[in-house]
Design a protein around this ligand. Structure first.
Ligand SMILES: [Zn+2]
Length: 224
């Protein structure tokens, strides 16, 4: 047990040092590659979980309890990352029937890429060794509807618009189309604007894809 703690601690120090030195943002990042699953296999596993969810055969809750009992608090080995909307009707782990420690989830209204979201996903790829990132929009998204209508909104809400508008211009007011276009656009931003992710795609076969969740049916459909 002590060995494991020491190992984890030195890994944390290593990561902290890398981050402090700014190494994580540059080239030559040593991926810890805890997950051995390929990008394609990781997406397949997510979709298999969505099928279990659709069939009402969720297996993750008993598994959660088992994992909690085993007290595996010192490490995480997620096999995929999902960037989703903050919408309460899109519970990511449930939708993919995944348990504690299986998926690395970032959520923000409109499932858009800000520097903080990019940094979180870069951590998932560079440090946790995740091989697949799914950007997942959903039907009837309030953030997308508001951006399409360019509605006046209170407080800081309009800050979201700048991240959404470039990707949904071509949707011409069609919210369902804008949801798909936005997810594809945010995936493209991740692929092209993150040096860490671009490098991982090229060298480690990391897959960054997009899809959307249908609130009515519960089905996740991939863009490609
Ligand atoms: Zn939404």
């Amino acid at each position: 047990m002590h060995g494991m703690i020491a190992q984890e601690w030195s890994r944390r120090q290593f990561v902290t040092r890398l981050a402090t030195a700014g190494v994580l943002a540059g080239a030559g990042i040593p991926a810890f590659a805890q997950s051995t699953m390929s990008g394609d296999a990781a997406i397949k596993e997510l979709m298999a979980g969505n099928e279990r969810y659709l069939a009402g055969q969720i297996s993750s809750f008993p598994e959660d309890l088992k994992i909690l009992k085993e007290k595996t608090v010192l490490k995480q080995e997620p096999f995929a990352a999902v960037l989703s909307c903050a919408d309460s009707r899109v519970p990511v782990e449930i939708v993919f029937d995944q348990s504690i420690g299986h998926i690395f989830v970032a959520r923000v209204a409109g499932n858009l890429v800000t520097p903080e979201i990019m940094a979180s996903l870069e951590y998932g790829v560079a440090v946790l060794g995740i091989k697949a990132i799914l950007v997942m929009g959903h039907s009837n998204c309030g953030a997308i509807s508001a951006a399409v209508a360019a509605k006046e909104v209170p407080g800081q809400i309009s800050v979201l618009y700048q991240h959404l508008i470039p990707g949904i211009k071509g949707a011409k007011g069609d919210v369902a189309l804008a949801v798909k276009m936005n997810a594809a656009y945010q995936a493209q931003v991740l692929r092209e604007s993150s040096t860490v992710i671009a490098k991982a795609i090229k060298n480690d076969g990391v897959r960054v894809t997009s899809g959307s969740y249908d609130l009515g049916t519960g089905r996740v459909t991939l863009a490609d």
